[in-house]
Ligand binder design. Structure first.
Ligand SMILES: *Cc1c(COP(=O)(O)O)cnc(C)c1O
Length: 376
């Protein structure tokens, strides 16, 4: 069945005890044992397994085209589990412009572990080759990246990693399985912050790891989830699964709206640069056009102005909300450098936008007035 159908049906069935079409939320922390001590109905204790989590994981497996999925309490809980699964001395490669939360996990959560990690420009395949070492075990990549929307060539990078026996994990949060199919391009595992497009309504925090095949690192992540306890609540799983039903439609609308906003900004005299992979001028456009079926709802723009004026432009918007995060129905605008703090490498005149589901004309008019009232 096609992906739109699976988004509505995979992992769910009509509840046999009541006929409920929408799955019930099973809050029970514990489940009855059989007389012989077994759990023939499949559930024993909700940290280890829960019906709502099982439904979500089955649906995610189906949509990503993987072998199995694990739902976590957040996107960064997936990163934490991946790192916990490595051995002392193992070497990690991550993109130079990786989601800044990964650097926080490495520096703060694992600060005492002396992790060996190299941050590499993964759009440069020679740089990747040079960064590989005999101890390299894990390559994390993220495409499109945050917030410059840089594009990594999934097929090329996975081929290099495979030759060196390095496990690849693609953070596909910005694209989702609707626009990008990393497993089909040779990537080993895919992670998502389901907080974003997959949940889709800015009302639940979660993460997911989907594997294309059985491997030890996925098994260790399963242990972090079930035994370490990095689990989403039944209600979180229910909300995420509800969001997934409309994911195919939403990704189309986000992409259409973002393309219109990007074209408007690219033609605006107060804008110095627009970073959107759908624009032919974008450095990753050719690869994105090859490996994505749509360019998504995220973009960033650099205003022809200083930091203060750039922040004033964001402050002058009325339809956009000044907030971090992405992937919900509301359009968000964010001065990324000040969110990330002093160590941020993001240009001070950059605004990141998550283009929501409003009318694109309203979004364009809003940006037009905010730019006109601040930049001359
Ligand atoms: C938000 C985000 C994360 C972290 O996910 P949380 O759910 O906030 O823990 C990781 N990667 C990307 C690309 C993100 O946008």
């Amino acid at each position: 069945m096609k992906i739109e159908t699976r988004a509505v049906h995979a992992g769910r069935k009509v509840d046999p005890s009541t006929g409920a079409v929408t799955p019930p939320i099973v809050l029970s922390s514990t489940f009855e044992r059989d007389a012989d001590g077994k759990y023939s109905r499949g559930f024993g204790y909700s940290r280890e397994e829960n019906p709502n989590r099982a439904m979500l994981e089955q649906c995610l497996t189906s949509l990503e085209g993987g072998k199995e999925a694990l739902a976590f309490s957040s996107g960064l809980a997936v990163v934490t589990a991946l790192i916990q699964g490595l051995e002392p001395g193992d070497h990690i490669i991550a993109p130079e412009d990786v989601y800044y939360g990964l650097r926080q996990v490495v520096g703060q959560v694992f600060g005492k572990w002396k992790l060996d990690i190299s941050y590499v420009d993964l759009t440069d395949l020679e740089a990747l080759g040079a960064a590989m070492r005999p101890a390299t075990r894990l390559l994390i990549l993220e495409t499109p990246s945050n917030p410059l929307m840089r594009i990594t060539d999934l097929a090329a990078v996975s081929a290099i990693a495979r030759k060196a026996n390095v496990i690849t994990v693609c953070d596909s949060t910005f694209a989702t399985m609707m626009l990008q199919r990393p497993l089909e391009l040779g990537i080993d595992m895919v992670m998502h912050s389901t907080t974003k497009y997959i949940g889709g309504h800015s009302d639940v925090v979660g993460g997911a790891l989907i594997t294309g095949f059985d491997n030890y690192l996925f098994e260790r992540c399963r242990s972090s989830q079930r035994h370490g306890g990095a689990v989403p609540s039944p209600f979180d799983c229910w909300l995420t699964l509800r969001g997934i039903s409309t994911l195919p439609l939403r990704m189309r609308a986000h992409s259409d709206n973002a393309a219109q906003v990007a074209a408007f900004l690219a033609a605006h005299r107060a804008i110095e640069a627009v970073h959107y992979p759908g624009l032919p001028s974008h450095s990753g456009h050719t690869v994105a056009a090859r490996q994505m079926s749509g360019f998504g709802g995220m973009l960033s723009a650099q205003v022809r102005a200083c930091r203060n004026t750039t922040m004033a432009v964001a402050a002058a918007t009325r339809v956009f909300t000044r907030a971090t995060s992405l992937g919900g129905p509301h359009s968000f605008i964010e001065h990324r450098a000040s969110i990330e703090g002093l160590q941020s490498r993001i240009p001070q005149n950059l605004l990141r936008m998550s283009i929501g589901l409003e009318n694109p004309g309203d979004l364009i008019a809003d940006l037009d007035q905010a730019l006109a009232s601040n930049v001359r």
